[in-house]
Every structure is written in structure tokens, then in C-alpha cells.
Design a protein around this ligand. Structure first.
Ligand code: SF4
Length: 581
């Protein structure tokens, strides 16, 4: 322990921590901008570039100096003042300098009212633009389907760089040039579309300003809704229902399924369905594929393929392993394929006039929807993807009072789901759902205990062995692409053997997706969303995908059986070897 004096209060704090950590542990707030703490994965952006956390450290002779709290370790006998005029002036000056080189188009910025630079300026009572002068000039990158890079709004905090390089190990961003020319850019200034970016959107999640934002498809969706010639179908992913409420000041983890359905009807969508239905469908195909590979000497392990960012990651980084992911499309793509065939016939709608919109926690799904390999007869399965944040934005635009909406049910035919499908939204959920069905099929009857708790949790890499009939299935799970890389390297080098592996690109799985309400990197929020999904699973009567009555009807009336020719045509895909750059 070390004895320190913090704002005239004598304290004992743990040795070896920073001034920032000591202050926060004792309820003293010091503002930060570049600092990003991910204690659970032992990762920290401790670059000290922004100097917004300056504090005054007093020497024994009474003189003092300014130190960045995030990058200064405490020592025994240290005297620190966080709120002296000198410290506050230093912070204010830094923020004023950031503002002097900022476009200040807040009213039209995606991060308006949700921007850390705005908050700092407000907290520090900045009322003037004191340092007018030369500003950086950079070009916006709008090349991708998923995200926009606007380097003029970048404050060079380098959080995106840490997230992309250290956590996700994708390595797309790095700081280039000097002085006013400095920017966080791609290698050779390639457009994002031509890089190895997976579009997981985690850089957006940690960006404090509007320098990294999602591509918005709100305008196109409004046009389709208001086009009388179109029938607009909407589907919602499981992770959306446990995060959307946060946008309307509800407690973290509040499940708003019924209100979400009601809201989508009031926005003007013609039919409101559940991606969970298609998650059950995914399990039918995936469990069938797993059993086939296990019994008939197929390639093992089988990797789940629900996450498009993870799929793009393996295509760029491990092109020699492209025979191990399951050939199943992701649930929302399966939904689109079935909607434009089976459902179109049931509704008596010309598939050419049907528009499928997905509400997703994910910005990578925007990229995925445009992948040519996923189309059928040249037509995309999904036409537009909106994130959870975009849906909230549409509701505010339309003046819908979300909190007072009644609870409504999804439409029938593709609206019923099992508990297994609900947990797709959290790490470990997809593989638990697959194991429930695989174990039932291998054992000849639906298993009684469907809770495979050994597959749950928030550790980055987990493994468990579960009994499925006579077979012992060895399962691996990773969330976050850095963890995925570790697992894949072990597989490539023959260091570990699994039957099946689930990988999700985002921390915690889709509940922590790049399109979810901003959560300030607080992992307890991700855990609360996940807990809410498990509670919904537990409350469901039907908890295995193969017991979903609408899924049974789909196979009886249309697909025949899992793995059939028709199922392969509509629900499966292949992968593409891609360069590292
Ligand atoms: Fe999208 Fe989920 Fe993958 Fe994140 S984990 S990229 S939200 S599918």
C-alpha cells in the first residue's frame, strides 16, 4: 500500500496503480479522452496523448508540476491536487485546442448529444472558440457498406487503433504523418473497402467523437416504407431487444421485445418478424452438418458462421482454414432467403416487390447483406440492415413515444422462436443452441436438461466437453477477434482438437455489437444484456430449435429436411480467400 494525499485527504491506496485509478477508486472524477480501460481483458489505451487528465503534483519543497493522471504511477508520500486552477486551466486549454481543429458541425453530426468532446467542452465551461486558425484537411472515407471514417473529427486519441490492433488483432489503423497532417489511417491510404477490415464496428464503439460512425440506411428504408408498390418486411435480432431500451432511458438489460414489435408496426413496416425464427432454422442446418461431419469423417472442428465479421477475418487471416466454417448462412440471411420464397408465396406477394430489412446489433451485417456469395439468382436475401441505434433514431424522428407503447407479438409464419434461438445474442449461445439439438438427435429424443451452463460466461476463450448421446463433444468458444486468432493458430498448428467452435467478433457476442447503444466500454453492461437473454430463454416453453412448430411446418411444407437440396440452395454459402491488405 502507498500513503498519498489526494485533494487534501490522506488515503492509503494499492501500490503500482496510476493517479487516475487511485482517484477513481476514491470517488474523485478526473476527465479523460484518450484513456480506455478494458481491465477484464488486461488491455488499456494508456498512450497519454490527449493531456485532458492533467493534475497537479506537489513536491516536498512546495513547488508543483502538471502530470497526466492516466500515465503517472503513484508513489508513497505523493501529494496530488486534481482541481486546482492550474490543473483545470491545463485541461481546458487542451480541449480548446481540440475544438480549434474540429469542424464543429455538431447539429448535423451522428454523435450529437452523445459525444465525449461535447461533454468535456460543456463540463469545462468552454463558451468561446479561442484558438481560431489553420485546420487539418482530410478526406472522408465512405467506401464501405458499414462505416464512415471522418478524419477531420478525429482527436487522435488512438482508441480505435488499440481496439483494432491490440484487441481484435486486425491491424487496419495506424497513425501516419506529423503535425496538422497527422491522422489515423489505413496502409497506403487504402479505402476501408479494400483493407482487411472485418467491419465489426468495435472502432465505432470506442471512438469518442463522430470520426468513426456507421453508414446510415435510414433514408432508403423510409423510401421503401412509403412506396405503395413495396411490401416491407422487418426482422429483429435477439441482441436488439435487450439493448434498445437503453436508448429510451430504461435500465440496462431491460427486455423490450413487445414494445419493439409495436414500434416497428407504427413506423409503417408491413410485417414484423423475428430473426430468432431463422436462428432456429440455422440450428437445424448447423446441427445436421455437425452430426454429419462427426459421424462421416468430415472436417473437424466445425466453426459456426453466424458472425460476418468473424467470417471476413478468417477469409483474410487464415485462408488455408476455409474448409472448417459451417456452410450455413447467418440467421438474418436465412430469414431473407425464406421470406422471398416460402413466405412470399404464403402472403401472395411478388418476391420482386418484397423488401427485407434487418434490425441488427451489428454494422458488419450491412457489409454482409451485399456479399455476392449470399445472393440467390443474383438477388440479395436482405435489402437493408439498420442497427439498434438507427432504429432508435427512426423512432425519435417519427415522434413515437417508445416507453408508452403496448406490448405486441411478432407476426405468424416466421415469428415463433425457441429459447435456444434467443441466446444467439450472447457469446456461447449459438453453440449451446446447436448442442441442444445435436444431443437430442444423437440420443433419439429431446433432452430434458437443456442448460449447458459450462458453455456460458464472459472469459475470452472457453472450452467444455458435453455429452451428446453416445458422443462426447469437445467445444471451444471465443469472443473478440484476438481470442479467435489464438484459437485458430492452435488449430492450424495442431495444438488443440475440438468438434465444434463458436466464434463471435464482438466482446460478449452480439450484445456488445458495434451497432448497439454506446456503452462506454463498460463490460458490466454487456453482461446485463446477456443475462436478460438467458432469462428469456428460461421463460420459454419451447427451448430447443427442432421443437419450434413453425420450423417443423417450414420443413414439412417447403424444405423437406435439414441438408436437403433446397436447403442447400437457399441456406448455405461458401467462403472466399482474401488478401491481408
Ligand atoms: Fe455482428 Fe454479432 Fe459478429 Fe459483432 S459478434 S460482428 S454484432 S454478428
Amino acid at each position: 500500500m502507498a500513503n498519498i494525499t489526494l485533494n487534501n485527504v490522506k488515503l492509503q491506496v494499492a501500490d503500482g496503480i496510476t493517479v487516475l485509478e487511485a482517484a477513481r477508486a476514491n470517488g474523485v472524477n478526473i476527465p479523460t479522452l484518450c484513456h480506455m480501460d478494458m481491465a477484464d481483458i488486461k488491455m488499456i489505451n494508456k498512450v497519454g496523448t490527449c493531456r485532458v487528465c492533467m493534475v497537479e503534483v506537489v513536491n516536498p519543497n512546495g513547488s508543483s508540476w502538471l502530470a497526466p493522471a492516466c500515465a503517472t504511477d503513484i508513489w508513497d508520500g505523493m501529494v496530488i491536487n486534481t482541481n486546482t486552477p492550474r490543473a483545470i486551466k491545463a485541461r481546458r486549454t487542451m480541449v480548446e485546442l481540440f475544438i480549434s481543429n474540429h469542424p464543429k458541425d455538431c447539429l448535423a453530426c451522428e454523435r450529437n448529444r452523445n459525444c465525449e468532446l461535447q461533454d468535456l467542452a460543456a463540463d469545462l465551461n468552454i463558451r468561446d472558440d479561442r484558438y481560431a486558425g489553420k485546420m487539418s484537411k482530410h478526406t472522408k472515407d465512405t467506401s464501405s457498406r458499414s462505416l464512415i471514417r471522418d478524419p477531420e473529427k478525429c482527436v487522435l486519441c488512438r482508441r480505435c487503433e488499440t481496439m483494432c490492433n491490440e484487441v481484435q488483432t486486425v491491424g487496419v489503423y495506424s497513425a501516419v504523418n506529423r503535425g496538422l497532417e497527422t491522422t489515423i489511417g489505413t496502409a497506403f491510404d487504402f479505402p476501408m473497402l479494400d483493407t482487411a477490415c472485418t467491419f465489426c464496428g468495435q472502432c465505432i464503439s470506442v471512438c469518442p467523437t463522430g470520426a468513426l460512425t456507421q453508414i446510415s440506411n435510414i433514408g432508403e428504408v423510409w423510401s421503401e416504407i412509403n412506396n405503395p408498390d413495396k411490401v416491407v418486411i422487418v426482422q429483429t435480432a435477439p441482441a436488439v431487444r435487450v439493448a434498445l431500451g437503453e436508448e429510451f432511458n430504461m435500465p440496462v438489460g431491460t427486455r423490450v421485445t413487445g414494445k419493439m414489435v409495436a414500434a416497428l408496426r407504427r413506423l409503417g413496416f408491413d410485417h414484423v418478424y423475428d430473426t430468432d425464427f431463422a436462428a432456429d432454422l440455422t440450428i437445424m442446418e448447423e446441427a445436421h452438418e455437425l452430426i454429419d461431419r462427426v459421424k462421416n469423417g468430415g472436417t473437424l472442428p466445425m466453426l459456426t458462421s453466424c458472425c460476418p465479421a468473424w467470417v471476413k477475418f478468417i477469409e483474410h487471416q487464415f485462408p488455408t482454414l476455409l474448409d472448417i466454417p459451417s456452410s450455413c448462412k447467418s440467421p438474418h440471411e436465412m430469414f431473407g432467403a425464406i421470406a422471398k420464397t416460402y413466405l412470399a408465396e404464403k402472403l401472395g406477394v411478388d418476391p420482386g416487390k418484397m423488401v427485407v430489412v434487418s434490425i441488427m446489433p451489428c454494422v458488419a451485417k450491412k457489409y454482409e447483406a451485399a456479399r455476392e456469395e449470399l445472393a440467390n439468382d443474383g438477388n440479395a436475401n436482405v435489402d437493408y440492415v439498420l442497427t439498434t441505434r438507427e432504429m432508435a433514431s427512426m423512432l425519435r424522428e417519427a415522434g413515437i413515444n417508445f416507453n408508452s407503447l403496448p406490448d405486441e407479438d411478432f407476426d405468424k409464419v416466421m415469428g415463433e422462436s425457441s429459447g435456444a434461438s434467443v441466446i444467439f445474442g450472447t457469446t456461447g449461445g449459438v453453440i449451446e443452441a446447436a448442442v441442444r439439438t445435436a444431443a437430442s438427435w444423437l440420443g433419439g429424443e429431446t433432452i430434458k436438461n437443456v442448460d449447458f451452463k459450462e458453455l456460458r460466461g464472459m472469459e475470452g476463450i472457453r472450452e467444455a466437453t458435453v455429452k451428446a448421446g453416445e458422443v462426447e463433444l469437445k467445444i471451444g468458444i471465443a469472443h473478440g477477434l484476438g481470442n479467435a486468432r489464438t484459437l485458430l493458430e492452435n488449430i492450424r498448428d495442431g495444438k488443440c482438437q475440438y468438434h465444434a467452435i463458436e466464434i463471435m467478433a464482438c466482446p460478449g457476442g452480439c450484445v456488445g455489437g458495434g451497432g448497439q447503444p454506446f456503452y462506454g466500454n463498460d463490460r458490466t453492461i454487456i453482461a446485463a444484456r446477456a443475462k436478460s437473454l438467458y432469462a428469456e430463454d428460461e421463460a420459454k416453453q419451447v427451448r430447443c430449435s427442432h421443437e419450434n412448430a413453425e420450423i417443423k411446418a417450414l420443413y414439412a411444407e417447403f424444405l423437406e429436411k435439414p441438408g436437403s437440396h433446397k436447403a442447400h440452395e437457399l441456406l448455405h454459402t461458401q467462403y472466399v480467400k482474401r488478401d491481408k491488405l
